[in-house]
Write a protein that binds this ligand. Structure first.
Ligand code: UDP
Length: 236
């Protein structure tokens, strides 16, 4: 598989077309942004870590029956994925209150939710990714009723698989963001990434933050936190 033209450059990744129209190559960058692009920086080594962590977790999910866009890791930074049309939603799954949910509901960070909470945001940088519900999604035809049911079902299953897996390496999965895509056959698959950029990971014992909140909130030791996630998940 060969990279041809660059199709898209986002905040943390570039996506290239390949000589096969059914596949793309994703290239992870060290660039970091937060607060809808207002805060910018570099996290040294992040691209390679997010690539490897994402692929590791995608393979785990595939083994557990979740269809994903993952095809093959090419090298440290680059991965072949199926070409999909991204459903323009961010699906947020929350086990413990943190971040914007804590602000919105006045819940201190770290409070366990009595049930897993699912939220949807419409992916649009200019609008600041507004939160939407199923009625908006159907009215705007971002997904059909069957698709949104499947996306919700996959999201809860992914939460159970990842939470259980991470618990064994002493990491608590606080919350995370998923994106789904549609293949040319019309099948819904998990897409994008699952990494310390898109999840909140806390050490189960010390509750130390091992994710992008270290960058967002200037907590220091950002690179060390990403490295620690790689070490706990892949043993290096
Ligand atoms: N998240 C993300 N991309 C976004 C917004 C959120 O990956 O554009 C992730 C974030 O890392 C966290 C979860 O989704 O794990 C919930 O984020 P929240 O709504 O609390 O927003 P934040 O406090 O990160 O602005």
């Amino acid at each position: 598989m060969e990279k041809t033209t660059q199709m898209y450059e986002g905040k943390a990744k570039k996506v290239f077309a390949t000589n096969d129209p059914d596949y793309c190559i994703v290239s992870y960058k060290d660039d970091a942004t937060a607060f809808n692009g207002l805060k910018k920086g570099t996290i040294l080594g992040k691209g390679a870590i997010n690539n490897r962590v994402t692929n590791h977790l995608m393979r785990l999910l595939e083994k557990n029956g979740i269809p994903t866009h993952y095809v093959e890791e090419l090298n440290d930074r680059e991965t072949v994925v199926k070409r999909v049309k991204i459903v323009p939603l961010e699906v947020i799954v929350r086990n413990i209150a943190a971040g914007s949910l804590s602000k919105r509901l006045g819940l201190p960070e770290g409070v366990k939710m009595k049930r897993t909470v699912l939220e949807y945001c419409y992916k649009d940088d200019e609008l600041g990714d507004p939160m939407v519900n199923e009625y908006h999604i159907l009215a705007m035809e971002w997904a059909t009723e069957e698709e949104i049911k499947l996306i919700a079902d996959y999201s809860f299953r992914i939460n159970r698989i990842l939470s259980e897996y991470l618990r064994e390496v002493n990491i608590e999965l606080i919350d995370f963001k998923l994106e789904f895509g549609k293949t040319k056959e019309g099948k819904i698959v998990l897409a994008d990434e699952i990494s310390p950029d898109t999840c909140r990971f806390w050490d189960s014992t010390t509750h130390e933050k091992l994710d992008k909140d270290r960058f967002r909130r200037d907590l220091g030791h950002v690179e060390d936190a990403y490295q620690e996630i790689l070490r706990r998940l892949l043993g290096e």
